[in-house]
Design a protein around this ligand. Structure first.
Ligand SMILES: Nc1nc2c(c(=O)[nH]1)N=C([C@H](O)[C@H](O)COP(=O)(O)OP(=O)(O)OP(=O)(O)O)CN2
Ligand SMILES: [Zn+2]
Length: 144
């Protein structure tokens, strides 16, 4: 059903956390360049983060249910898109997507976006993926 005056548009956000380790290393750069670009984050031993992910949907508030999406369903989609592939994993070694794609927070956001698009029955309502890699480093991705 398309939105009408009786179906206002709302933004629904769910926040989840996951932990993972990684090393910033680009296959498109040589070792010297990798060290120059990524500095301490290029260390062979890697390092870990407690990521916070905010997923926002934008869609009509369905009259019958009063919801953009049932949060219980959103939880399941986020579990499949975020926790199952990445929680307590080494992103570079355990997640095939990052085999040749550097595991920056930008690319983690794109990975989550693509996973959610596959999981959700109506992917058009996915509005934004926001990730806090640390308290100070935040990435927003809107599929552009
Ligand atoms: N554009 C990006 N730049 C950097 C990313 C990234 O994902 N995208 N990631 C890193 C490192 O992985 C690392 O996570 C940065 O962490 P760190 O410097 O320890 O964290 P803070 O900036 O929060 O802490 P400071 O104490 O201020 O250094 C690097 N660059
Ligand atoms: Zn990092």
């Amino acid at each position: 059903m398309s939105p009408t005056a009786s179906q206002p548009i709302a933004y629904l956000t769910r926040i989840e956390k996951f932990s993972a380790c990684h090393r910033l290393h680009s296959p498109l750069l040589n070792d010297k360049e990798n060290l120059e670009v990524y500095g301490k984050c290029n260390n062979m031993n890697g390092h870990g983060h407690n990521y916070t992910v905010e997923i926002t949907l934008r869609g009509p508030v369905t009259r019958e249910t009063g919801m953009v999406m049932n949060i219980n369903d959103l939880k399941n989609y986020m579990d499949a898109a975020i926790h199952k592939p990445m929680d307590h994993k080494n992103l570079d070694r355990d997640v095939p997507y990052f085999e040749n794609i550097v595991s920056t927070t930008e690319n983690v956001a794109i990975f989550i976006w693509n996973n959610l698009k596959r999981e959700m029955p109506d992917p058009s309502i996915l509005y934004e993926v926001k990730i806090f890699e640390t308290d100070k480093n935040v990435v927003l991705y809107r599929g552009e």
